[in-house]
Design a protein around this ligand. Structure first.
Ligand code: WT7
Length: 659
């Protein structure tokens, strides 16, 4: 029988039933949903019992909206749960990570036993630098084993880590160090990118120059790059850590002890420090990792291709998989055009069974063509995951058909930095999936789609996604800004969490995510606020005003399009030139990072405004996406939009380069 074409699969509007063998043996059986709905709290207590507690909790949940405390009275150590317990259980020789350097230049296999020794040395090293429980440690590091050692060492001594993605600029790093008031920063000399050493430490030097309270910068030698050195502040990892004892007696911390903070973009120019604590977070990341990916620690090789610098890396490279005793692949590189078959080589070589990645990556691989995969044996794969943005049905079906050989379930997992762990997702052995739908809340999670007044919409209706009950891994607040915590998530509707996403319920009541409803853009699964980019642009002395919108992009999901009006004193030919646009893009890269560089910048003498002076972003979005303009009746000067359109066509729709 001929294979059905991708097109046919897509338009058949079918559901994909879980494979029978998987369904029979899956960690998650249909009864899990019953357990979650009969008694939500008891369900989560059951999940929490998978962890090692030094002292059991007395009360599972104290909910004083919008503040939750889970497993109150319980004490545990996150690092012991991720590492030591597996060694104690006799799995010291089991591989925790197969680390593969960029372009496979080197590899390193790290067993749980070795991980324990490395983490103890790192913990002793941090202690020797005077780091105490409760102190924040900033981490600005690429995808190397030392990054994981640092994170776990922080957890072990109760020092909340604040990992900043290495693609952020010095300015962005400085803001996060200052806001978290971190006194110690851990970094590297450089990182490997596309086979080349790219400096990392200069950004730290620049950031820390204006952080008077940072007393120590610990530097891992990754590539041997020359670095400038500040005596008395900078220390080498190999001097501070490698000289330490490889044992350390861990202490148990309160279930609500802060584990880490992770900064994410909101609707203002200032990122928010999302705070996560210990017991509830670990409970939910471990449970979701076990059930959503059907993890079998004795046979799976799991690969989450995210970066540790984002929440996905925290929850599904570090804490979830390690708490479950998984064997993971940790790959330093990212897919790029000169290296199109690297992923498939790695999957074949390491016999990867579970792959977790983002729609933007799937679309990139899809663009390169399925012929690239054909020479490789990918039959080890049995579950495929997607996260970060809505996955279009074409990419979903391509993923399942070509990467998954038409056999594997695809789990589209919706969650956020704030939720800490997966919230809405199919379960691979249970759910009949629909391409493009995140389907149903995880057992024990209560979500709904509501209208403007907060009333649940009927099946077939659309509205705002809300979470209606507290969940164990929920954020505990925004670092240093309680008002913003209440306003951002809890003021739109009474006592329910407002996620900021649009969603619909289909005729079966299954949930489809439709993208953000606020001023947050999603670029390749990275969250960037329009205000943040506008703020960066007006920081340029020649810019009077800037408006930024997210426009649909076939690969990155959304792309940043900026409209900029130059100051009156800037000569017209100067502001028209390519050099000006390049200077503006550089300005954004400096303030935020290369990931936030606009795909397109339009220089225009005026922006479309309402009579009350508000910039009409909706119109700009229409222009950026080349659509017919919507309602323009409130527009102050209708000729402005024509003018922008003309400029747009003259600029030839000049695209941006890669992030
Ligand atoms: C926002 C959260 C969760 C880790 C990565 C991003 C969007 C995330 C999905 C999905 C549709 C999704 C939402 C959400 N998003 N996953 N499966 N389907 N949208 O974390 O940076 O905190 O961003 O990403 O818009 O609100 P984040």
């Amino acid at each position: 029988m001929a294979e059905p074409t991708l097109d046919a699969l897509l338009h058949e509007s079918r559901r994909f039933e879980p494979p029978a063998d998987l369904a029979a043996a899956a960690n998650a059986q249909p009864a899990l949903y019953d357990a979650g709905s009969v008694n939500r709290i008891a369900f989560w207590e059951e999940q929490a019992r998978w962890l090692w507690w030094d002292q059991p909790w007395t009360t599972p949940l104290v909910w004083d909206p919008p503040y939750a405390q889970w497993f109150v009275g319980g004490r545990l150590n996150a690092c012991v749960n991720a590492v030591d317990r597996h060694v104690v259980a006799g799995f010291g020789d089991k591989v925790a990570f197969h680390w593969v350097a960029d372009a496979e230049a080197t590899t390193r296999t790290i067993t749980y036993g070795e991980l324990q020794r490395e983490v103890c040395k790192a913990a002793n090293g941090l202690l020797s630098l005077g780091v105490e429980a409760g102190d924040r440690v900033a981490v600005y590091m690429p995808m190397i084993p030392e990054t994981i050692f640092t994170i776990l060492a922080c957890a072990r001594i109760g020092a909340p880590h604040n990992v900043v993605f290495c693609g952020f600029s010095a300015d962005a790093l400085r803001g996060r160090i200052l806001d978290a008031d971190a006194r110690v920063v851990v970094t590297t000399d450089a990182q490997m990118r596309r086979g080349k050493s790219t400096p990392v430490k200069p950004a730290v030097d620049e950031a820390v120059a204006q952080c008077p309270d940072v007393r120590t910068v610990v530097v891992v030698r990754r590539t041997g790059e020359d670095v400038s050195w500040t005596e008395g502040r900078d220390v080498w990892w190999h001097d501070v850590v490698d000289t330490q004892l490889d044992t350390h007696q861990p202490e148990a911390f309160d279930a609500e002890h802060p584990l880490f903070m992770m900064y994410t973009s909101g609707t203002t120019a200032r990122p928010k420090g999302i705070l996560h604590t210990t017991g509830g977070y670990l409970t939910q990341v471990a449970a979701t990792h076990r059930y959503v990916f059907d993890l079998k620690p004795d046979r799976d090789v799991y690969w989450c291709a995210a970066d540790i610098g984002w929440i996905t890396g925290h929850s599904y490279i570090v804490y979830g998989p390690l708490c479950n005793g998984a064997t993971s692949l940790l790959y330093e590189g990212t897919p790029h055009p000169e290296d199109q078959d690297r992923w498939w080589k790695l999957i074949e070589k390491y016999k990867v069974t579970i792959l977790y990645t983002a729609p933007t990556t799937i679309r990139t691989l899809m663009k390169w063509g399925h012929e690239i995969l054909e020479p490789y044996d990918l039959s080890s794969l049995r579950v495929l995951g997607s996260v970060g943005e809505p996955i279009n049905p074409e990419a979903w079906v391509w993923y399942r058909t070509y990467v998954g050989g038409g056999r594997t379930p695809v789990v589209d997992t919706w969650w956020q930095t704030e939720t800490g762990a997966i919230m809405i997702t199919p379960l691979p052995g249970v759910t009949a999936t629909k391409p493009g739908a995140a389907m149903t809340p995880f057992p024990g999670i209560s979500a709904d789609v509501v209208d403007n007044d907060g009333k649940p919409v009927p099946d077939g209706g659309g509205g705002f996604l809300v979470l209606t009950e507290p969940w164990p891994s929920m954020l505990r607040g925004i670092w240093g800004d309680d008002t913003r915590y209440r306003e951002t998530y809890w003021s739109r509707f009474d006592n329910v969490y407002f996620a900021g996403d649009g969603a619909k319920k289909d005729e079966d009541g299954d949930i489809w995510l439709l993208g953000r409803v606020d001023d947050v853009m999603n670029i390749s699964g990275h969250r960037i606020s329009t205000t943040e980019v506008e703020h960066a642009l007006v920081g340029h002395p020649a810019v009077a005003e800037a408006a930024v919108v997210g426009a649909t992009d076939p690969t990155t999901g959304q792309a940043i399009v900026a409209f900029v009006t130059p100051r009156g004193n800037v000569a017209e030919d100067e502001s028209k030139g390519d050099a000006f646009v390049q200077a503006l893009r550089a300005q954004v890269a400096k303030e935020i990072g290369p990931i936030a560089k606009p795909r397109q910048i339009l220089v225009t003498p005026e922006l479309p405004k309402t009579r009350s002076g508000k910039i009409m972003r909706r119109l700009l979005r229409d222009i950026a996406e080349n659509r017919e303009l919507g309602d323009v009746t409130t527009l102050l000067d209708p000729t402005v939009t024509d003018m922008i359109r003309t400029n747009l066509s003259e600029s030839g729709g000049a695209g941006g380069d890669e992030a």
